[in-house]
Design a protein around this ligand. Structure first.
Ligand code: CP3
Length: 344
């Protein structure tokens, strides 16, 4: 039996499209908050297999999503490379910053898979415990998005330090990217070896790049990672999410080799049908704020997305992650609306 999500990502148009939600595990769920209390720090949570396994399964159990996404974070990569990552409640991530090619010597790929072995343990456990029709998604951050956190030392508004390094010292910045391309490819392949059936590459800050930088810092590294994953694991579908890429999304769909492109909230549906779905499957793109709002306004928007995108290969999702203050009953209503939808 080929699972719904895999069929859609491989290009099949389905009468009932599969659905899952970015950040479907998280603070909006009371059972997540209870688990989080027991875990201590956020990364300790990610690295504790029984807790992270339970967090991965919680939204599947509650909403019967068609996929589970591994409970982890994109910042486990810098953490495993040796740039210590901490999360302070309500304050986002903090990382020892890397701002020059010389500072790269403090990072190391040696033993990467060993350091991330608790994450792979979660993948194995979830893979064994998942209902048989539910797909397990592994993931990683794209090099550009992960680099922004590493260079800025945390979240940023203008990405000035990261961009100016990329403009001023192309070869030094390329050395950081080479390291991230290698680490990310190995991390995705290891997740697949442990049971991930699909992988998604999150480029959450792709939208702040100029067209020329988009080619160099989003498309080119993604293409390399896709090639590496394909060589090691042919047939495993890859979703790319270049958030905010706008019209650059067309070249992303054509040139990276991904099987599907995740559409962010801003993408017009008719444009996506013409410009993206003609190249590959699409995923998206309900505004997370509409999910928080709920009610008939949300249901209308969900049906509009389905009416447009489900005529081709399509996976229902949000345009970005679930917001922490989202009422749980709105997510239940979304799940019922998508599951009971029919094109007739
Ligand atoms: O989607 C899922 O349910 C799977 C798990 C997942 C998390 N983060 C858990 C998490 C995934 C796929 C991510 C990806 C991620 N992490 C991205 C890319 C997607 C996006 O949202 O753009 C980024 C940029 C990060 C980095 C990150 N992690 C930040 C900036 C923060 C702090 C902000 C926040 O929302 O708290 C995190 C923390 C984080 N990652 C939480 C969760 C559930 C919240 C931690 C908590 O419980 O306190």
């Amino acid at each position: 039996m080929i699972k719904l999500l895999v069929r859609a990502l491989k290009g099949e148009t389905l009468a009932r499209p599969p659905f899952w939600l970015m950040r479907q595990a998280g603070r909006y769920l009371p059972e997540y908050r209870a688990l989080r209390e027991r875990a201590g720090g956020f990364l300790a949570f990610c690295y504790t297999p029984n807790l992270a396994t339970e967090a991965t399964l919680q939204p599947v159990t509650r909403f019967a999503t068609d996929a589970a996404i591994l409970f982890s974070d994109i910042l486990v990569i810098p953490d495993a490379l040796g740039a210590e990552v901490t999360f302070k409640q309500g304050d986002g991530p903090r990382i020892d910053p890397i701002r020059s090619a010389e500072q790269l010597s403090s990072l190391s790929l040696a033993g990467l898979e060993d350091r991330l072995s608790p994450v792979y343990e979660v993948v194995s456990r979830v893979s064994n415990e998942l209902p048989e029709d539910v797909t397990l998604i592994g993931f990683a951050g794209a090099p550009w998005t992960v680099a922004t956190y590493m260079v800025e030392g945390g979240s940023s508004k203008d990405f000035a330090l990261t961009k100016s390094w990329a403009y001023k010292n192309e070869s030094g910045f390329a050395a950081l990217f080479d390291l991230l391309i290698e680490a990310t490819s190995r991390h995705l392949v290891a997740q697949i070896r442990h049971g991930a059936e699909v992988v998604q590459i999150f480029d959450s800050w792709a939208g702040v790049l100029s067209a020329e930088m988009f080619e160099r810092l989003c498309i080119a590294p993604t293409r390399q990672i896709v090639a590496r994953v394909r060589a090691a694991a042919p047939g495993v579908p890859i979703i790319g999410f270049p958030r905010g890429a706008g019209i650059n999304m067309v070249s992303y769909a054509q040139e990276t080799g991904v099987d599907a492109v995740g559409l962010d909230t801003t993408v017009p549906l008719d444009w996506a049908v013409r410009e993206i779905q003609t190249h590959c499957a699409v995923q998206g793109n309900l505004d997370p704020v509409l999910l928080r709002t709920g009610g008939s306004r949300m249901v209308t928007a969900i049906r509009e997305i389905l009416a447009n995108l489900a005529k081709g290969p399509f996976v229902f999702n949000l345009g970005h992650g679930v917001l922490p203050d989202t009422p749980v009953e709105n997510v239940a209503l979304l799940a019922n609306t998508v599951r009971n939808w029919s094109s007739a």
